[in-house]
Structures are given as C-alpha cells and as structure tokens.
Write a protein that binds this ligand. Structure first.
Ligand code: SAJ
Length: 422
C-alpha cells in the first residue's frame, strides 16, 4: 500500500516521514522543486527536532520519495496551506489545486484525507470539487459509481514537539461517511498511539478551530487583565498567580500579542462561518491583535523625556519562548514599528536563537542584533518581548536603574511593576 502526502511543509513532511518509518511506501508531493530535492537528499528544509533523522532514515530505506507530480496511490493526505484572504475567509485554492492533481489518478476505493486546518465545510468542498471533475465516482457507491472515502483529520501537534505529539496525541477523524472515518482511523493507527476518535467531517473541522479559539479567548482574557492591571497599578503576574490558586481557575499568561500560524488565524474561520453569533471569539481576536500597539505605546512612553542618547533594549523576536520561529511574531511587528516611530533611538535587539536579523529589520539603520547582556547594558529602557530561558536567566543586577517593560513576566518575581516606568 502506497500513501501520497500532498504538501511537504510543517505538517505534511513529518506525517510522510512517520508513515514511512513505520514501513508504509510514501510519496511526498510538493510544488517546490527545492523542497522535493531536499527531501530526496534526506534533508529537511526547516527546523523541527528529530524530523531530520526520520526523513533521512525513511529516504535511505527507500520508503519515502518526493516528487512534484501526484502519483497513483491507495490513500492521499492533503496537508497544504489554508491561509485567510483579505476578507478573513479561508483561501481554499491550495486544496483545490491538490484536488486537481489527485482527481485523474482515482479509480475508486481510495482514501482521501484533508489534514489542513479548514473552515467548516472545506472537506465537503474538496469532495464535491473532485466529484465534479470525476462524475464517474461517488462518496457512497450510489448509482453503481465506485466510492472514494473522504475524511478530515486535523493535526494538533505543537511546533517544536511535532515528532513526539504525532505519536502521542489523541486524534480526531471526521468522515464524509462512517466508512471513510474508519478507513482514516485505520491509516493513522499505523503511527498514532493516542486515542483515535471518529466523527463526521464538519465536526472534526470545527473541533480543530475550537481548540485554537479556546486558547485565543483565554490568552485574550490574560492580555485584557494585563492592560486593566496596568491602569490600576496592579502587578498582573501576581494577580494571576493568586487567582490561579482557586481550584477551578487557570488563567493563561499575558504577552505582547498572539503569534504563530494557527491561533491568530483559525478563530477567524469560525467568525467567517457565523459572523453574527461569534461575538466573543471575534472580540478575543481583536483584544489580542490590539496588544502590540499597547506595548509600543508603553515603550515610547517609557522613553519620552529621556535624552536622545538613551537606547532601547528589545529582548526576543520569536513568536514564543525557546524557539527560533519568527513567522507571525508580534515581537517582530513591535520592533519594526518602534524602529519607525523612534528613528533617532538605537534599538539593541537580542534574539539568542538567530544568527542574523530577518530582512525586514536588517535594513533599519537604528536596529542592531546583539547579545542579551550587551543589549541590556547599552540601554536605558528594557522591553522584554519573549520569555526565552536566556532572558529569564540574566543577572538581575543588570536591570538596576533601568526602566523595564516586561510583557511576558520574565522577571515578575524580581520587579513589581509591569511597565516599570511608573
Ligand atoms: N501565548 C500567550 N500566553 C499564553 C500562551 C501562549 O501569549 O499563556 C502566545 C504565545 O506566546 C504565542 C501564541 O500565543 O505567540 C501561540 O502559542 P501557543 O504555544 O499557544 O500555540 P502554537 O501556535 O505554537 O500551537 C497551537 C497549539 N494549539 C493549542 O494549544 C490549542 C497546537 O496544539 C496546534 O497544533 C497548533 O496551534 C496548530 O497547528 O494549530
């Protein structure tokens, strides 16, 4: 049995690799020649712990091959991007183009799994799209047309822990038909040691969106508390720590905003599907999206009145702690805007997980990448944007006499105000 995985990105490649290392013949398909060549050379074009070992092992055993054209296979896993469009509805064009590749290869009896995070109805859309191209097939064998089994199986792995969570997480499998759900469950049981729960396709789509919205709403609550606390002169970290002693309260941590490729996107798919009804989910998105501007105002206020020579230390650029991933990072957005609104100030940026500033920041004359220690020593105002261990572990004496804006509570036990500037 042969499985084709369409889209060799952050989800497709790990899934292809784990199937292949479990003895399945896997063909990975990607539009990028570069990605295809890298995989065929046993290499991984991005950073994810342990993925490299799996890919190189699977390729050298001959179980994993990559190509740019969709082959014939018994099962297809579609793991392509579903970005949102200007109007915040989902862009299904990558799914459609994967479907156009798959359709001519089908004979009937194949399993088609959509893994991409999708708005409600996307799996059905993919199925209908294929059946329009292949009217000789059906979803249920009706009118003696051979059936294809279509299911949605959202991934829930945490970047940085993908190879572990692929195996250990429980998995939701939603079929367009019960047979499709069972077939998908059978395939995932090859590597998934968690529970595999079956449902219908649209419930599986919503489950994924709801998980990330749940987190977004809870982070928004924490972010709102930090703004309220600042206004009231309360230390939000102490406040949350105390409130969390209640047996049924578990408030998350405020930050400079919500980054990453999922939590800031997925709730919009729910809002687009039910705009009038999704009031809380929409507001949470707005609260989190507004947080970077609030942080920028805190930093400019802290610098106001200081001599022109006073410099700013910016600690962290990644979208969360202890990773090197800068994509969709609120810290990048904040730093870029600060570089613009403070053209006369030097910004000493420290991001211990990168060797060079990303392009957008590299061409700003007032921005320099330095070590955490150097950044603090040079500066009068310290803005913490990511709670990397390398930031939390600094000698507290370095902060003496500095104005500290700690958006992550990295020093919460040592400094009693959030803004430090009051
Ligand atoms: N954040 C806070 N405060 C918190 C927790 C997180 O400000 O208390 C921020 C982070 O700093 C980051 C953002 O939220 O900027 C998102 O980080 P995250 O660790 O919450 O999540 P992701 O984006 O790395 O991964 C999420 C996970 N979803 C859930 O935990 C419900 C992961 O399981 C999903 O597979 C992934 O989205 C995805 O691909 O959908």
């Amino acid at each position: 049995n042969r499985v084709a995985v369409i889209g060799l990105g952050y989800i497709g490649l790990p899934t292809a690799a784990i199937l292949a290392t479990n003895g399945i013949e896997v063909i990975g398909v990607d539009v990028s020649e570069r990605t295809v060549n890298a995989v065929n050379a046993g290499e991984v074009p991005f950073v994810e712990p342990d993925l490299g070992v799996h890919v190189s092992g699977a390729v050298s055993q001959g179980h994993l091959k990559a190509t740019t054209s969709t082959p014939q296979a018994e099962a297809y896993i579609v793991a392509v991007p579903t970005p949102f469009k200007e109007d915040r509805s989902a862009d299904l064009s990558y799914i459609e183009s994967a479907a156009r590749g798959i359709a001519p290869q089908l004979k009937g009896g194949e399993l088609l799994i959509l893994e991409s995070t999708s708005p409600p109805g996307a799996t059905e859309h993919m199925a209908r799209y294929i059946l329009d191209l292949r009217p000789d097939l059906s979803l249920d064998g009706s009118e003696s047309r051979p059936a294809i089994l279509v299911a949605h199986c959202p991934e829930r792995v945490l970047p940085g822990r993908v190879m572990i969570e692929l195996v250990t997480n429980d998995r939701i499998v939603g079929g367009m038909t019960p047979e499709a759900a069972e077939a998908a469950k059978h395939l995932y049981s090859v590597f998934c040691q968690g529970e595999i729960l079956t449902t219908d396709a649209v419930t599986a789509e919503m489950a994924k969106l709801v998980e990330n919205s749940y987190r977004d709403v809870n982070i928004a609550f924490a972010n709102e508390l930090s703004v309220i606390s600042d206004k009231l002169g309360i230390n939000v970290w102490e406040l949350i720590r105390l409130a969390n002693h209640h047996p049924r309260v578990n408030i998350l941590q405020p930050g400079p905003g919500v980054g990453g490729h999922c939590i800031a996107v997925d709730p919009w798919f729910i809002v687009a599907a039910a705009p009038t009804e999704s009031r809380l989910i929409r507001t949470a998105r707005e609260v989190n999206d507004a947080k970077p501007d609030w942080v920028i105002a805190q930093a400019t206020t802290a610098l106001a009145g200081l001599p022109d020579t006073a410099e700013l230390s910016v600690l962290g650029l990644a979208f969360k702690a202890n990773i090197d991933d800068l994509r969709e990072s609120p810290a990048i957005e904040i730093t870029l805007q600060l570089a613009d609104v403070l053209p006369g100030r030097r910004l000493n940026v420290a991001e211990p997980h990168i060797e060079a500033l990303p392009g957008k920041l590299a061409n700003r004359r007032n921005v320099e990448l330095v070590s955490v220690q150097e950044s603090i020593m040079r500066s009068d105002v310290v803005l913490v944007l990511v709670d990397h261990d390398a930031v939390k572990d600094i000698d507290p004496e370095l902060l003496d006499g500095k104005r500290v804006i700690d958006t992550r509570g990295s020093f919460d036990k040592r400094i009693s105000t959030l803004a430090g500037s009051r």
